[in-house]
Design a protein around this ligand. Structure first.
Ligand code: FAD
Length: 397
């Protein structure tokens, strides 16, 4: 039976959408930049870029069920949904809600909701990737500031970011997990050097970031001094949930499509039909047909598993180690899907640039190359297997 209060919320929402969503943003229309900008502004004012965050921090104050209604109605109503930066919404935001003090929540969360501040993640270092706790970037207290020296690498989007959430060593004499603190600071200040690194796909969203006597306000240390490892681990769980496209146990799934989990559609089959043709109403290449069917069934089962896990976690706990299972599976599934797409496209899959290839050929070849990073970013597949063995299956070290 439909829940009356939820249905009342739906009617009110539909009325609001009718009144506010510009015509150019309705399905089938072509949106204009002016309309997108004004729609984004209205949407942000309602806190809808993060609908379940509390109102006092700029969010929409909706329940999870109401947020699902919003997501559904937005899918029907608008061809474009404003979203805030995922580093802020999916990683830092949930961590601040759990570990931040009141002042930090009031200062940073509304600016994430309003897309005012773009964040990036300062975890990996040249000598600290999978073994993250080996990090050496130092933060030393000086009055009401920390002075930061060191370098971070593989920092996605640092060249477009305003602020960084950063793991720093604050006690070099403590055991390696015990001397780390989680600090937020402005990237646009003297002493910060950002060098983009080119990816195999040709994009350059990666950077190495150098800090020379960079300053962080002491009030922007989140949690306790030297207690940053606990926060770091929780943030990684949020990252893995986000990368797998699922909640992995209670986290919020914003409306935008995120992470590498492929949609269980027949897009692969359509591409195969276009490139290889049909024989008696079926895809002409039988072995390929099997691979496509297998991949689509796997994607469908994975989607259902994510949904079930989300339902089970309605109680509202944060994400747990099971996010490693989802992250592992989503990465491998997407890589397999990209490989199949390359087989389907044949010689067109060699397109990297040039007029002899269509923009779609080039985009998909680059997408296949980009997918190689799926099993590295957010912790490699091998490391996820270790986490699953230890924390999910309880196997001995
Ligand atoms: C697309 C992309 C985006 C990224 N974005 C960011 C970002 O925004 N911010 C950030 O801080 N970092 C980011 N990273 C870095 C990423 O988190 C690291 O690359 C990752 O943690 C692996 O670390 P590493 O590259 O140092 O490899 P290593 O840790 O040196 O690993 C090398 C190989 O050894 C294996 N290995 C290591 N330890 C073990 C073990 N104990 N058991 C079994 N095998 C092991 C690994 O699986 C891997 O195959 C990004 C990476 C990618 C690819």
């Amino acid at each position: 039976m439909p829940d009356a209060s939820l249905e009342a919320f739906r009617s009110e929402l539909v009325e609001w959408l009718e009144a506010n969503c510009p015509a150019s943003l309705r399905p089938g229309a072509t949106s204009t930049k002016e309309d997108r900008d004004s729609w984004q502004q209205v949407y942000i004012e309602r806190g809808y870029t993060m609908p379940t965050w509390p109102r006092e921090y700029g969010g929409g104050g909706l329940s999870k069920d109401e947020a699902r209604v919003l997501s559904h109605e937005m899918g029907r109503f608008a061809n474009w949904v404003p979203v805030a930066s995922f580093f802020g919404t999916s990683m830092l935001g949930p961590v601040l809600l759990e570990f931040g003090n009141e002042e930090q929540k009031k200062e940073h969360l509304p600016k994430i909701v309003s897309c005012e501040i773009q964040w990036c993640q300062g975890y990996s270092e040249p000598g600290a990737g999978s073994d993250l706790a080996s990090l050496q970037t130092r933060a030393v207290r000086d009055g009401d500031k920390y002075i930061i020296n060191g370098s971070k690498i593989w920092t996605t989007g640092a060249n477009n970011a305003d602020w960084i959430f950063c793991l720093t060593r604050t006690d070099p004499d403590a055991a390696k997990h015990d001397g780390i603190s989680f600090i937020l600071f402005d990237l646009r200040q003297p002493g910060v050097t950002i060098s983009p690194i080119q990816l195999i796909s040709g994009a350059s969203e990666f950077c190495q970031v150098f800090f020379q006597d960079v300053k962080a306000e002491a009030r922007n240390l989140v949690g306790t001094l030297n207690g940053g490892w606990t926060i770091a681990k929780r943030l990684l769980q949020h990252e893995r949930a986000m990368l797998s496209g699922g909640t992995g146990g209670g986290g919020e799934r914003p409306q935008a499509k995120k992470g590498p989990v492929p949609a269980p559609t027949s897009a692969l089959a359509e591409a195969a039909r276009a490139h290889l043709g049909e024989k008696q109403g079926q895809l002409a290449d039988y072995p390929l047909r099997d691979r496509i069917a297998q991949n689509e069934m796997d994607a469908l089962c994975f989607g259902l598993t994510l949904k079930r896990s989300g339902e089970q976690a309605k109680a509202g706990q944060g994400p747990g180690p099971a996010t490693s299972m989802f992250k592992l599976y989503a990465s491998e599934l997407n890589k397999r899907r990209s490989e199949i797409l390359m087989s389907v496209r044949g010689a067109a899959a060699l397109g990297w640039s040039g007029d002899e290839f269509t923009p779609l050929d080039i985009m998909e070849t680059r997408g296949w190359l980009r997918s190689k990073g799926n099993s590295i970013e957010g912790g490699t597949s091998e490391v996820q297997l270790n986490v699953i063995a230890k924390r999910v299956l309880g196997l001995p070290d």
